[in-house]
Design a binder for this molecule. Structure first.
Ligand code: T4K
Length: 401
């Protein structure tokens, strides 16, 4: 690891990169390898690899217990989980979603020819702004999908009131929020259903995977059929369905990861506090802080750059970090509304999304998780501090290059 003191030592200007190996946002946390391999061996002996096997059933029960929800339906990933939850709750026509989310939230609707209507966010929390939601409702609106971005609960209470007042379905994309609470209640039990992701890049993973959780018995039963082609028996199909099943090997990874869940969160929490401490006082740089009276997974380190004060823009800072082998990410740039097919469908959507448009230019995410140690965090923060201290000079040099 190379510590930078002078801006000419920055790798973007020809210096040696601070890190020999890249540091990623989204490096998987791996639990007890031996325990995983034992489970996989048992699975191979059993010769039961998919289709609601014993690991999947155990995993679903463990998740339901942790979240305190009646039903957990494990899925092959959160995107299919969203698609199934959307279909099972009968959403159609138009559904209100944030544009500041991973593209899967919008695609899960459009895939079924439901129009995602992009709504603006609260700049402080990065979550749906309920006042904007209300303004987007039309006679074609059938539902709202809130996203608990970075694991922070949406304004669930306001969204629930709006949904009730207008008789709309209410789902939550809780892909970031496994293990998090909102106002003291675990995320997973809100709305008609909530969808979790256990993708490899999440702090807790099942390689690929997800789950839909709900307290609604009928909805759970319907989604359980829908994820298995709609089969109710060997020869009978009740609904249109798809293949949304989680495999046994994924559930084995999940069960193993659950045994290390507290450790994953503890490392993320440690990293979060180190970043907070080391980035404090850098002018124009704000780190998203969480309400620590809630349960949190701390899985994202989110920075906002106020270019006027740092004198270096977010993209130049990302380029500087990447040259040092710190693969910072610009989630969710440029916003779903600026990606296809939505950009062509709604070329002027941005006019109604001023906070989203501003935020996508300012946000960057830094590496965390068990793959990053305190010394590396200190080096990353040192690079950022150096870059901001010389913001104007660096910007000029990069522009003239
Ligand atoms: N809703 C929301 C709000 C979401 O954020 C997501 C997914 C979903 C729904 C859909 O959930 P899933 O259907 O995926 O269950 C990543 C993830 O692929 C995606 O799951 C996640 N959100 C999103 C925020 O991030 P990319 O395009 O950034 O992935 P990629 O391949 O660039 O990987 C990120 C970094 O992680 C890289 O630097 C490499 C590293 N990595 C990745 C993998 C897969 C590893 O070190 N090892 C690995 O195995 O989307």
């Amino acid at each position: 690891m190379v510590t930078k003191k002078n801006l000419l030592n920055l790798a973007i200007f020809g210096g040696t990169p601070s890190f020999g190996d890249p540091l990623h946002v989204g490096r998987p946390n791996i639990g007890d390898r031996q325990r995983l391999l034992e489970r996989i061996n048992d699975m191979l002996d059993r010769k039961w690899l998919s289709n609601n096997g014993p690991y999947v059933q155990e995993f679903e029960q463990r998740l339901a217990d942790i979240i305190g929800v009646k039903h957990c339906v494990a899925m092959c990933n959160a995107t299919v989980g969203l698609e199934i939850a959307i279909r099972a709750t009968g959403l159609a026509g138009e559904v209100i979603v944030p544009s500041f989310t991973f593209i899967a939230t919008a695609h899960a609707l459009q895939w079924q020819e439901i129009t995602p209507v992009f709504c603006d966010i609260d700049p402080l929390t990065h979550n749906l702004d309920p006042r904007s939601v209300e303004k987007m409702i039309t006679p074609r609106t059938t539902g709202i999908i809130g996203v608990h971005v970075w694991g922070q609960g949406c304004d669930v209470e306001a969204l629930t009131r709006i949904a009730e007042r207008h008789s709309l379905g209410l789902l939550f994309d809780a892909a970031h929020a496994f293990g998090c609470s909102h106002k003291g209640r675990m995320i997973g039990g809100f709305g008609d259903a909530e969808v979790l992701s256990f993708h490899a890049t999440k702090f807790f993973n099942t390689f690929e995977g997800g789950a839909v959780v709900t307290n609604d018995d009928a909805l759970a039963a319907k989604m359980r059929l829908m994820k298995n082609f709609g089969f109710t028996g060997y020869d009978s199909v009740k609904y249109i369905g798809t293949n949304g099943k989680m495999s046994e090997v994924s559930a084995a990874m999940g069960l193993t990861g659950l045994e290390s869940l507290d450790e994953f969160v503890a490392v993320n929490r440690r990293n979060y506090h180190l970043y907070r401490h080391d980035l404090l006082g850098i002018p124009g740089l704000k780190m998203l802080t969480f309400d620590e009276s809630e349960r949190l997974n701390y899985q994202y380190i989110v920075i906002e750059i106020d270019e006027v004060r740092t004198q270096i823009n977010r993209d130049d800072l990302v380029a500087i970090l990447r040259a040092e082998n710190v693969l910072a990410r610009r989630y969710f740039y440029p916003g779903c509304h600026r990606m296809e097919p939505y950009r062509s469908y709604f070329p002027h959507a941005g006019l109604l999304l001023p906070e989203t448009e501003r935020l996508v230019q300012r946000v960057l995410l830094l590496p965390t998780g068990t793959a990053v140690d305190p010394e590396e965090i200190s080096t990353i923060c040192g690079i950022i501090r150096l870059a901001v201290e010389h913001g104007r000079t660096i910007s000029e040099r990069l522009q003239s290059a």
